[in-house]
Design a protein around this ligand. Structure first.
Ligand code: ATP
Ligand code: MG
Length: 239
């Protein structure tokens, strides 16, 4: 069953078409990789799916319900949760409080939020940092924290924008492990990454974008060997 359906979504920035008739669905329980050269529109699509930008045309449906144009807060309450390419945490709050604030914003009762936050902190190996201000964490640890905040209430779909970029390999492995385990437990993901080995390892299916359009949507290995995809990346290298 489709969890999220994207139908003919387009977006212009001035005269530049950043998204060109993007259409695909993510089924419940799928872990779909979203790849494509720099500037191909991946973050713009995630911004639209999570309500931070509005589409110029097209429709987005979650669990059979139109969600086009809803604000980020409303989408978060419906279970569309988003991790940013540039990390966003509250730097003057402790690691634990960062997660509790997210839990409270999502309507989680305090005791439940506390239990869940401590579980996540352990899962993310942040136990020793739990009472430190988030601003004192390394960049990679901040990414882990933001990643964790997506799971305070298990989302209908988690939209992750380059969670592994510029993080220490140990933290990358921690995040990949959490994604793998949650996917095995039925969690639905759309995962943007330039890290092809991780995409191959984690994602059975991948979608490649180029110049705002979907150019491939197949099994991950087939996408990576698709001549159209290779040409898109080579074009980027030559540019
Ligand atoms: N707010 C904006 N205003 C104007 N142009 C924008 C804006 N945001 C993105 N763009 C342009 O839209 C296109 C798509 O950008 P986007 O950030 O979605 O690409 P991306 O696939 O996420 O790239 P990367 O892999 O480098 O993160 C690019 O040409 C970019 O310059
Ligand atoms: Mg991006």
């Amino acid at each position: 069953m489709a969890c999220l359906s994207i139908d003919s979504v387009s977006k212009f920035f001035g005269g530049h078409k950043a998204l060109d008739d993007v259409t695909f669905s993510v089924n419940e329980g799928e872990l779909v990789g979203l790849i494509g050269p720099n500037g191909s529109g991946k973050t713009t699509l995630l911004n639209i799916l999570s309500g931070y930008l509005s589409a110029d045309s097209g429709d987005i449906v979650l669990d059979g319900r139109p969600i086009t144009g809803l604000r980020p807060e409303a989408l978060a309450r419906l279970g569309v949760l988003r991790m940013f390419q540039l990390t966003r945490v509250f730097p003057r709050m402790s690691v634990l409080d960062n997660l509790l604030v997210t839990g409270s914003a999502l309507g989680l009762p305090e005791a439940e939020a506390d239990g869940r936050a401590r579980e996540l902190i352990e899962d993310l190996t942040l136990t020793r940092m739990m009472h430190l201000d988030a601003g004192q964490l390394s960049g990679g640890q901040r990414k882990l924290l933001e990643f964790g905040s997506c799971f305070m209430v298990p989302p209908r779909i988690a939209l992750l924008d380059e969670p592994f970029a510029a993080v220490h390999p140990t933290m990358k492995e921690i995040m990949a492990g959490v994604i793998r385990r949650r996917h095995a437990a039925g969690q639905t993901f759309l995962l943007v990454s330039h890290d092809m080995p991780v995409i191959v390892e984690l994602c059975p299916r991948a979608i490649c974008m180029n110049a705002g359009a979907v150019i491939a949507d197949e099994k991950t290995r087939a996408v990576l060997t698709d001549p159209v995809v290779i040409e898109a990346y080579l074009g980027e290298a030559a540019a």
